[in-house]
Ligand binder design. Structure first.
Ligand code: GLN
Length: 299
């Protein structure tokens, strides 16, 4: 807060300008957007509200909440971590310490899997889905929302993540079709699935520490670190997936930008074939879909 702001009380637009200025000075990547999203979130205003209510005075308690939030952002905490939630595929999702913040690129996995889901749901009359390493539940809950015939299991090794996923299911009215299960990959999973999805940790251990502090300090390492070559989770999933999949089932995975060939080889070695490879908004390979090889020759 500026001296002047303190004396007269601060308006929404003054607070916004102040936050933007401090973020710009500190070299925050997108200062204007961060200032707007942070203050709108804290004041519970829409983007339009931020404009039309620009001259409203903000009460002292909210001003000090905004100040605290600005200080946290300046210490590299991402805006949505500070707010404790973000939207994914139109669903508001709470975040917690052990959940990865859902990324827009991951919505591509949802878009890619939906046609397979609808096709399989049509054929079978119902559909069982497994989302491994579900975190906030983002992928599973978005797919459940879009595919009313589906039920989903979200598995995770983190109890904190499972609690968050469960409460996100409730928050979005999807709890009747969602089950949270603690498991390291397939270790404690029961049942057969038509669709398996995952955004597993896929960053090579040596690379994790080189990422932006927004990621290294605030996203859980367990959701990022994919072992020495970044492929550990894919090997674990590929090794057992066939035993948990209906013969015409599919498996959809988020991958790192340079992992298409490696992940495809891992799955081919376990009897799968790649049905589709999809790029993200930055034109990087981001999603792979696999099916059992059996079907490729018979279908
Ligand atoms: N896409 C995430 C990042 O770039 C990584 C997510 C993951 O490892 N699954 O930080």
């Amino acid at each position: 807060m500026s001296e002047k702001g303190k004396q007269v009380g601060a308006t929404v637009s003054q607070l916004l300008a102040e936050a933007r200025r401090r973020f710009t000075e500190a070299g925050v990547a997108d200062p204007a957007a961060d200032a707007r999203v942070l203050i709108a979130g804290l004041l519970d205003l829409t983007t339009t509200g931020m404009l039309t209510r620009g001259n409203d005075l903000v009460e002292d308690a909210a001003v000090s909440r905004i100040e605290d939030a600005i200080v946290r952002r300046l210490a590299h905490e991402p805006v949505h971590r500070i707010l404790g939630e973000r939207e994914f595929y139109g669903l508001p999702l709470s975040l917690s310490a052990e959940t990865l913040e859902p990324r827009p690129d991951t919505e591509i996995l949802v878009d890619t899997m939906l046609p397979y889901m609808r096709d399989l749901a049509g054929k079978h009359g119902n559909l069982h889905m497994l989302d491994m390493g579900t975190g906030t539940g983002a992928i599973c809950l978005a797919l459940l929302k879009e595919c009313p015939e589906a039920s989903g299991t979200g598995s995770d090794i983190s109890v904190d993540a499972l609690k968050t996923a469960q409460s996100n299911a409730e928050r979005n009215g999807l709890q009747k079709r969602f089950k949270a299960v603690r498991s390291s990959w397939f270790q404690d999973i029961d049942g057969m699935f038509h669709v398996i999805v995952s955004n597993p940790p896929y960053i090579a251990s040596s690379v994790v520490d080189t990422l932006a502090p927004e990621v290294t300090k605030f996203d859980p390492a367990a959701a990022l670190d994919g072992g020495m070559d970044g492929l550990d989770a894919y090997r674990a999933i590929a090794k057992d997936a066939a035993r948990f999949m209906h013969p015409d089932g599919v498996i959809g995975l988020e991958i790192g930008f340079d992992q298409r060939t490696d992940v495809t080889e891992v799955f081919e070695a376990e009897g799968f074939r790649c049905l589709e490879s999809v790029k993200d908004y930055g034109h990087n390979d981001r999603v792979l879909v696999f099916a059992r090889h059996l079907l490729a020759t018979s279908g």
